[in-house]
Ligand binder design. Structure first.
Ligand code: NAD
Length: 492
């Protein structure tokens, strides 16, 4: 899998060195220790993968769907058998706790399971006699070679939002994982090799912008799936669409939660703290802004600050640790700068997680839970994705005012309400401009058989990741109308 600590690409069923001249270090964010070096693959590496994918596509699309899903069944069992090892790998390259890594793997496995239903899921539909003696059918066919570009924060799960659906429906798939966390997929691709995918059906090309651009422009890639920040999602969407591709591009987020005075406060405090500080806030479904309504402010804020302050921060493989580091030194510096920006815009720092170290991990990229209060609704900090363990508080007098604050934002990945009133919950569900809605839920992550429904600048495209949307994204519909005149019927 590596040559002298240099990660390899997996092309045409072989582990090969990239034609890269540049490599980046992959670091454990808790220790800053270098774990490996990732190649910045070139357009030539991408060309090789596309050529192998095109060659493999000829046979793979002709392989019966019941056979195509067999390697996925084997992959599910292999992922389960290697869960502990994979969870440790995720923690070491990504920083999240061991339990969070286990949770991520569970979600990854569930997507493999759903895609195993492709024999039913990709069925078409038909009518006999749309006119006398004429029948009409709609069938689904795979696209060809497709590719996905994924972010650092879920190195095991996000690639599997796409790969299982793409290959089950008969496509050949190329993954460009995050250059910050490429090691989990190196290992999962070894497992895929063991699972028995034919050469060229699943391929791995490591790298960054050059590799991405080569994928976006390649004339023989039919579809691009992307997950990452909004500026890059928009860029990917526009460039790939210009090259004539089908695109789904999931972007960033700034998720608001509304806390009503009638909420179960003990549960709400616990669930919101888990959402805001889980994965060190580096989740596209992390709670980012809390809007308390009326009396909720007095009931929630103090208890929430206590819950945040008591969170144990450290290296994710150490027992009892509840929150790990952020991904890199650059990320830590960026988040600290944003906290200072919030202060300068008038927010009060209720809990300050800057300038803290973890004993034994002094080089790690740690920021402790941070809470900003009275964040002005029109401030920059109120609308900027922080992607770290920083929670902003705002206050409203009525649910209408709170919903207006929820809808006054460019992102629409998730919005949640905490209440014991069905009427408030329904009003919220009906009116908010967000694609994933939580009612007394802190991380409203859709199960694998539901679409991951970001809205607004959290998503560019039509069909989202997961479930039926995945099946539809990776297939083209073909409508056939046929007539077989009776006089052509052979008489025996
Ligand atoms: P990122 O946008 O920096 O990188 C994502 C991918 O794009 C990586 O593979 C990277 O190599 C590539 N890339 C980066 N810059 C590029 C450029 N200029 N040109 C071409 N390719 C480029 O995102 P990240 O920091 O890895 O991940 C965090 C972001 O992802 C956050 O904004 C988070 O909200 C978002 N995210 C969204 C979802 C979702 O479902 N909406 C899920 C997870 C993460």
């Amino acid at each position: 899998m590596t040559t002298n600590g240099r990660l390899l690409n997996y092309i045409n069923g072989q582990w090969v060195e990239a034609q890269a001249t540049e490599y980046l270090p992959v670091r454990n964010p808790a220790t800053a220790q270098v774990l490996a070096h990732v190649p910045l693959s070139t357009a030539q590496d991408v060309d090789k993968a596309v050529a192998a994918g095109q060659k493999a596509f000829h046979d793979w699309r002709r392989t019966p769907v019941v056979e195509r899903v067999q390697p996925l069944y084997r992959l599910k069992r292999l992922l389960e058998a290697h869960r502990d090892e994979l969870a440790r790998l995720i923690t070491n390259e990504c920083g999240k706790t061991y339990e969070e890594s286990q949770g991520e793997l569970q979600r990854a496995i569930e997507n493999v399971e759903v895609a195993c239903g492709a024999p039913s899921l990709m069925q078409g539909f038909n009518n006999e006699d749309i006119a006398r003696g004429i029948d009409e059918h709609c069938i689904r066919q795979p696209l060809g070679v497709v590719a996905a570009i994924t972010p650092f924060n879920f190195p095991g799960m996000v690639p599997l939002w796409f790969l299982p659906y793409a290959v089950a429906t008969g496509n050949c798939f190329i993954l460009k994982p995050s250059e910050k966390t490429p090691m989990t997929m190196q290992r999962i691709f070894q497992l895929m090799e063991e699972a028995g995918f034919p050469p060229g059906v699943v391929q791995l090309v490591n790298g960054a912008k050059d590799a991405v651009d080569a994928l976006l422009d390649h004339p023989d890639i039919r579809a691009i799936s992307f997950v990452g920040s909004t500026p890059v999602a928009r860029y990917v969407y526009e460039r790939a669409a210009r090259a004539g591709k089908r695109v789904q591009a999931q972007g960033g987020a700034k998720n608001p939660l509304v806390i009503m005075p009638d909420a179960d406060m003990e549960m709400t405090v616990r669930v919101v703290a888990d959402s805001a500080f889980g994965n060190a806030g580096q989740r596209c479904l992390a709670a980012s802004v809390g809007i308390t309504v009326g009396e909720a402010r007095n009931l929630f804020v103090e208890a929430f600050v206590d819950a945040a302050a008591s969170r144990k921060v450290g290296y994710g493989l150490d027992p009892g640790v509840e929150m790990g580091p952020v991904i890199s030194a650059e990320s830590k510096a960026r988040i600290e700068k944003l906290i200072a920006l919030g202060e300068s815009e008038g927010a009060t720092v209720l809990l300050d997680g800057r300038n803290k170290t973890v004993k034994g991990y002094e080089d790690g990229y740690f920021i402790f839970p941070t809470i900003l209060d009275h964040v002005p609704p029109e401030s920059q900090i109120a609308h900027t994705e922080i992607f770290g363990p920083v929670f902003s508080l705002m206050h409203a007098e009525t649910i209408e005012e709170a919903i207006a604050l929820v809808n006054n934002r460019k992102y629409g990945n998730m919005a949640s309400i905490f209440t014991s009133s069905g009427a408030s919950a329904r009003k919220f569900r009906y009116e908010v401009n967000a694609g994933n809605v939580g009612i007394n839920i802190g991380v409203a992550a859709p199960m694998a058989f539901y679409p991951f429904s970001g809205w607004r600048e959290s998503f560019f495209g039509v069909l989202h990741a997961q479930g039926m949307h995945g099946i539809e994204f990776y297939t083209e519909t073909k409508v056939v109308i046929e007539r077989w005149p009776r006089e052509w019927t052979r008489k025996f």
